[in-house]
Design a protein around this ligand. Structure first.
Ligand SMILES: O=C(O)c1cc(=O)[nH]c(=O)n1[C@@H]1O[C@H](COP(=O)(O)O)[C@@H](O)[C@H]1O
Length: 231
């Protein structure tokens, strides 16, 4: 599929997620199931979305001891998802354990990507958790660690896409914090417009509220696709 869009189905109610999915075309976007929806609805919602033809990014951001993350990745791979993620800050042993677990999964092999620095964090927020490096430096360190563990891609803000594409051209870059010019940043700190994110080197754009909270989500998606010039 040519479309770079991944719609974040951030709902507490599975029927709300399915209602939104019914307005979307699986040939025009992928969907993301995150912590809120998965905790409320469980693996069944992943199966339901896949049955409707959607490629699913299971965004549970695993971050735990290597054994626990490996087992969680195995379970996610068994669900048949297109992509799953872990936190790069879980460390190299955890990333390698995740890599081995996904490689060992029988049959379907999802893309395994690592979250670098959340798009809701800025330099003062990093300092509060003991990271004095500027955001792009910390992102680069976690990207390099993820690459050395053999991951398939990175979650980063589009603001770091150009530097990461240059350093790791083989890794796919998944960028949340995408905001059309007229849309509020909400709790996101490192944002970019869809077109600017693609121009910077992002491969996939994760978009939630600009579509899910729109009065007409299908129209909002169409506008987003047009902004990315992929229609
Ligand atoms: O891994 C993610 O998808 C993710 C990483 C990150 O750094 N920032 C981030 O916002 N996300 C997710 O991307 C989505 C962004 O949603 P909106 O801010 O509503 O567009 C949410 O579902 C977040 O959980």
């Amino acid at each position: 599929m040519k479309s770079p869009l991944i719609v974040a189905l951030d709902y507490a109610d599975p029927s709300a997620a399915l209602d939104l999915a019914a307005l979307l075309d699986p040939s025009q976007c992928r969907v993301k199931v995150g912590k809120e929806l998965f905790t409320a609805a469980g693996p069944r919602i992943v199966e339901q979305l896949q049955d409707k033809g959607f490629a699913v990014f299971l965004d549970l951001k695993f971050h735990d001891i290597p054994q626990t993350v490996a087992k969680a990745c195995q379970a996610a791979a068994r669900l048949g998802v297109w992509m799953l993620n872990v936190h790069a800050s879980g460390g190299k042993a955890m990333l390698e354990a995740a890599r081995e677990a996904v490689d060992a999964a029988s049959g379907h092999r999802p893309l395994l990507i690592a979250v670098t620095v959340l798009t809701s964090l800025d330099a003062p927020a990093l300092l509060q958790i003991g990271v004095a490096d500027p955001v792009p430096v910390q992102v680069q360190k976690l990207a390099d660690l993820s690459a050395s563990a053999g991951l398939d891609g990175l979650v980063c803000s589009a603001r770091e896409a150009t530097q990461l594409k240059a350093a790791h051209p083989d890794l796919c870059l998944v960028t949340p914090g995408i905001r059309p010019p007229e849309h509020a940043a909400d709790d996101q700190k490192r944002t970019m417009t869809p077109a600017a994110a693609l121009a910077a080197g992002a491969d996939y754009l994760v978009i939630g509220r600009p579509i899910t909270a729109a009065a007409d989500p299908a129209q909002a998606l169409a506008a987003m696709l047009a902004a990315c010039a992929v229609l």
